[in-house]
Write a protein of this length. Structure first.
Length: 236
């Protein structure tokens, strides 16, 4: 399988304090790859660096054969990378519909955008019921659905999905991960950050373990689940 995303030697620092150190990572086209690790390990930092919200100290990021290490965030979206961030980051005063439209801000194909809006409302019926409602009045689960739907409005080939289960009831977590499986089956490539390591690996093809800013283990998801080090540290 060809690599859609290749990261080599990536290091990131906040005010001189290292957050990522010499990270190598690949995501193949059509894969779901899970990134697991403790709070503060650097998982969100890695996603924010890929989407160019943060700048690296060193290293390269190659997407679909092109070096995007110095690309602007809007260029990354236009090239086919979308980021559903931790904490959802809704524009609370705007409606559900307007939040979704903003997800397509780099597109100029108005008719296709309208079709994609309806597709998201079919995928997330609760958003359809609340399309005219302010995003800030949604429940946590509905906001997570909106965050994913908004990211999908750019028609990404690569979806960066950060902590989709955070703070949600088990029933809603199942719904969100049913969507992850649906997107996987449709060929969307996903790099998934998820605190629940067992859940993350059960929906992934491969995984990486990030500890204190460094990749310490990687491999097929089933192998990581069976690894005693992973089981002791993350699977309980």
């Amino acid at each position: 399988m060809s690599a859609l995303l290749e990261i080599r030697g990536l290091s990131v620092a906040y005010g001189g304090i290292g957050a990522l150190e010499d990270v190598d990572l690949e995501v193949g086209a059509g894969e779901v790859v899970s990134l697991i690790g403790a709070n503060g390990a650097g998982k969100t930092t890695l996603l924010r660096t890929i989407s160019r919200l943060l700048r690296q100290r060193s290293g390269t990021i190659v997407y679909d054969g092109d070096d995007i290490t110095r690309a602007a965030p809007f260029e990354v979206v236009r090239r086919g990378i979308a980021h559903s961030p931790e904490g959802r980051r809704m524009l609370a005063r705007l409606t559900v519909l307007d939040n979704l439209r903003l997800g397509a801000y780099t597109r100029r194909d108005g008719a296709a955008v309208a079709e994609d809006l309806e597709q998201q409302f079919q995928r997330f019926p609760r958003l359809s019921d609340r399309r005219g409602q302010s995003a800030g009045t949604l429940s946590g689960g509905e906001q997570q659905m909106l965050a994913i739907a908004r990211a999908l409005m750019s028609r990404p080939r690569l979806l960066l999905l950060d902590e989709p289960s955070l703070g949600l009831a088990p029933r809603l977590v199942r719904e969100i991960f049913d969507i992850v499986d649906e997107l996987h089956a449709a060929g969307v490539t996903i790099l998934l950050v998820e605190q629940n390591a067992k859940l993350a690996l059960s929906h992934a093809d491969r995984g990486y373990v990030l500890e204190a800013g460094r990749i310490t283990l990687s491999g097929p998801a089933d192998d990581l689940v069976a690894d005693d080090r992973v089981r002791r540290a993350y699977l309980g």
